[in-house]
Design a protein. Structure first.
Length: 130
């Protein structure tokens, strides 16, 4: 198409160029209209059960429930959790689910976390001889 357009421009007489530019602008406007129409068309929302999402992601159900608190792919219908398929697959592709067992680095147990404190309290510290 580009080559045809270039040939038409090269072959057009100078006085025909304004009309040719008008036709090009009409075609351009039609292309933009179609793009906008496509972008605005409502898409079918496919919802997955937690079991289906768990199988796709190879993550335990419990992990999906904990991630769903802040996830853009989580859809609650009453007490039921559903997973929006497209957003979930984009999230999986982004790799955000492989950070480990904790949703973000700030939630990971550090040396001052309550989890670490409980572990320290269970381990008796005894020193012999000094």
């Amino acid at each position: 198409m580009r080559e045809d357009l270039r040939r038409a421009i090269a072959a057009a007489a100078s006085e025909d160029l304004p009309a040719l530019l008008g036709e090009i602008e009409e075609a351009r406007a039609e292309a933009w209209r179609r793009l906008h129409e496509e972008a605005m068309r409502p898409r079918e929302l496919r919802l997955l059960s937690v079991d289906e999402a768990s199988e796709i992601a190879r993550l335990p159900r419990r992990r999906l429930f904990s991630l769903a608190r802040r996830a853009p792919w989580a859809v609650r219908v009453g007490r039921r959790l559903l997973v929006e398929d497209g957003a979930f697959r984009r999230w999986l592709d982004s790799g955000r689910h492989v950070r480990g067992a904790h949703e973000s680095a700030s939630e990971a147990p550090g040396k001052h976390s309550p989890r670490a404190a409980r572990a320290r309290s269970r381990t008796p510290v005894t020193r012999r001889g000094a």
